[in-house]
Design a binder for this molecule. Structure first.
Ligand code: 0X9
Ligand code: ZN
Length: 631
């Protein structure tokens, strides 16, 4: 990776003028020291344990105890954070046995802080695009976004998608050629981080990708220069690094202050909701939050509308997976819903930690009977054979991404069931491909030493291993694959050869962005319109909640034509995936249940006056021409 202007400046000792990219100076009172739970006067040391659970049923049973699961689980165990003696008693009473992984999270965190500071002092500038050496605070994210926008004004703009429960800005960065120009029909690659407060690397990684894109576009010596110019010409990236700013602040700030008894709050997961529907003054959460109050908040990753209220989400407000009072009850998930409903997001990644996993829909085991009395089935786009005969479904794209970092490419439900998660909602509602990355190695902290962030992003930890990979390895031949696809190893189409292997997380992100702009995996609406015409595509449909009730959802997006003549609008398929078909487990893998097609309503208006409207059905990989709609 070439030296960025940021990194070069740091190396020249100009860090002061670019302080936003680096760690704030430490004062003497925050000097790191080893602290244990006992030092803080705690009777019970919060810990991480590995609970024996050899079946999915057993893992779902652990989840149903309302304990704080880490998502790190495998075929025979599930990992849990025990915050209090009462948590431990729940496990004992239910008859589970476990091994202790981290005996004292307070001690573990204080050691991490010390090690990180020593490492930062030693390396000075890291190999990340920003050169950072320490986890960002919330202010650092905002400052980085502002400085990137100042540095690259034609390519980047700050967006605010809404506000948190405590009124903090849900800030993001939108990146693309001529970013301030009107929406011009290009598709969006969308990434989130930190839905869960304690999962700090999940915000670092997408933020670094923003640096990479911007440096790469402008610097001809950047290793991905041409590729990035192409991507930012054909699409836009939107990155919202911190989706849960209230919770993140609690987690990040407390972890810094080892002199208080609040260090354990570094493991806060949920948002800062106390009372539904009430906006809380800024700082409320951090002021009243203290060890043992882990029950506060809604799990944002159970609050989305996709099958809200189903398995793997709790109705108990003290549970780690509390789903909230209603779907989208939280301003954070509402804001994300609005974003996804008003842009054509063709590929989405929501980042979490930890476990070296790439998870794809669906969230509950396909044989699980849903509210309509039918098994939920598999994602209809699990396999998708393009017109050129090549498979480019969710599984294949996942394999291309995981070939970069050796992660396991698998279904969300293979760990345990979840409902109300980000990509289950977004894929259901829009048909845009959606994945959850569980970053960072399994075991250890949610935010391990920062050097690990660097290695995972750049691929330094995987390169040596992958160099051994045989040239010409094809999809379907990876060791890391753990999925139990209903299609066996093969989808109908031919496999793509990996063009890259072992490129690290950044390469996975590039592959996802490439999918977002690849017209063979979404749809296209074309037509004729004068310059300045507004082309709107919209679709309203219902999606099911687990109760059997439905929720009405509208996607409506608009582009403005820039030139007289032909326009091209990159959109998701008009029919939503689970309406288009259901792939239900049967004796021979699966049975297809084709559904009715849905249409986009396409409207042209000029100077506020509607000139024409047409209903069009367009499938994935297809183009529909609406002709002279504005005539
Ligand atoms: O449980 C979660 O919300 C996620 N794991 S975490 O440890 N980061 O909390 C994973 C959800 C995975 N399932 C789907 N997205 N379907
Ligand atoms: Zn998470």
């Amino acid at each position: 990776m070439p030296r960025s202007s940021f990194r070069a400046a740091a190396a020249l000792g100009l860090a002061a003028s670019l302080a936003f990219a680096f760690t704030p100076a430490l004062d003497a009172s925050s000097a790191p020291k080893v602290v244990t739970a006992a030092d803080l006067g705690l009777d019970y040391a919060p810990k991480v344990v590995r609970v024996d659970a050899p079946t999915r049923e057993a893992r779902n049973e652990v989840a149903a105890l309302g304990l704080d699961l880490t998502e790190h689980a495998s075929h025979d165990y599930v990992e849990v954070v025990l915050h209090t003696a009462a948590d431990e008693a729940k496990l004992v009473d239910a008859g589970f046995v476990w091994e202790v992984e981290i005996a004292d999270l307070v001690l573990d965190e204080s050691q991490r802080i010390m090690a990180d500071r020593a490492w930062a002092a030693e390396v000075g500038v890291s190999d990340l695009p920003s050169g950072r050496t320490e986890y960002r605070h919330l202010e650092d994210y905002h400052a980085d976004i502002d400085h990137l926008v100042a540095e690259y004004p034609t390519l980047a703009k700050r967006i605010s998608i809404g506000k948190s429960v405590e009124g903090l800005d849900l800030a993001g960065i939108e990146i693309g050629r001529d970013v301030d120009g009107p929406e011009d029909g290009r598709p969006v690659f969308l990434m989130f981080g930190v839905h869960h407060a304690r999962e700090w690397p999940s915000a670092e990684m997408p933020m670094e990708f923003a640096f990479d894109l911007l440096q790469g576009y402008t610097d001809p010596t950047h290793d991905q220069h041409e590729r990035i110019v192409d991507l930012l010409d054909r699409g836009r990236a939107i990155i919202v690094p911190v989706s849960n700013p209230d919770g993140f602040q609690v987690s990040r700030r407390f972890a810094e202050d080892v002199s208080t008894s609040s260090l354990g709050n570094a493991w806060k997961r949920k948002n800062c909701r106390y009372v539904t529907g009430v906006e809380q003054p800024s700082g409320t959460c951090i002021a009243v939050y203290s060890l043992g109050q882990t029950g506060v908040g809604v799990d944002l990753n159970r609050n989305y509308g996709g099958l809200w209220g189903g398995p793997g989400a709790s109705s108990d407000p003290t549970s780690g997976t509390y789903r909230g009072d209603a779907p989208f009850s939280e301003p954070e998930t509402q804001a994300i819903r609005t974003l996804i409903s008003t842009r054509q997001v063709t590929t989405l990644i929501t980042n979490h930690t930890r476990g070296h996993l790439l998870l794809r829909p669906v969230g509950v085991k396909p044989s699980t009977v849903g509210p309509d009395g039918l098994p939920r089935g598999f994602a209809p786009d699990e396999c998708f054979t393009r017109e050129d005969g090549v498979d480019y479904g969710l599984q294949a794209l996942g394999e291309r991404m995981t070939a970069q970092n050796g992660y396991s490419n698998q279904f969300g439900w293979e760990l345990y069931d979840t409902t109300g998660t980000t990509e289950d909602y977004s894929y259901n509602a829009t048909g845009g491909y959606g994945y959850t990355f569980e970053l960072m190695p399994s075991g250890g902290s949610f935010h391990p030493g920062y050097s690990q962030v660097v290695k995972e992003y750049t691929g330094a930890d995987i390169k040596a291993k992958n160099l051994k990979a045989v040239e010409g390895t094809t999809i379907g031949q990876q060791e890391a694959e753990r999925t139990t696809s209903p299609y066996g190893d093969d989808c109908e189409g031919d496999h793509v050869q990996h063009t890259t292997l072992g490129g690290g997380l950044r390469e996975s992100y590039f592959i996802a962005f490439e999918n977002a702009v690849d017209r063979r995996t979404h749809s296209l609406v074309t037509g004729i319109a004068p310059a300045g015409a507004e082309i709107t595509v919209s679709r309203t449909g219902d999606f099911p909640l687990w109760s059997g009730e439905t929720m009405t959802d509208t996607v409506e997006t608009t582009m403005v034509t820039t030139e007289d003549g032909v326009f091209e609008y990159d959109v998701n398929p008009s029919t939503r995936p689970f309406v288009a078909s259901r792939k239900i487990p049967g004796s021979k893998g699966f049975v297809m249940t084709p559904g009715e097609k849905e249409a986009w309503t396409v409207t042209c208006s000029v100077s506020g006056e509607t000139r024409g409207t047409v209903e069009v059905v367009v499938d994935r990989g297809h183009t529909i021409d609406v002709g002279d709609l504005c005539a």
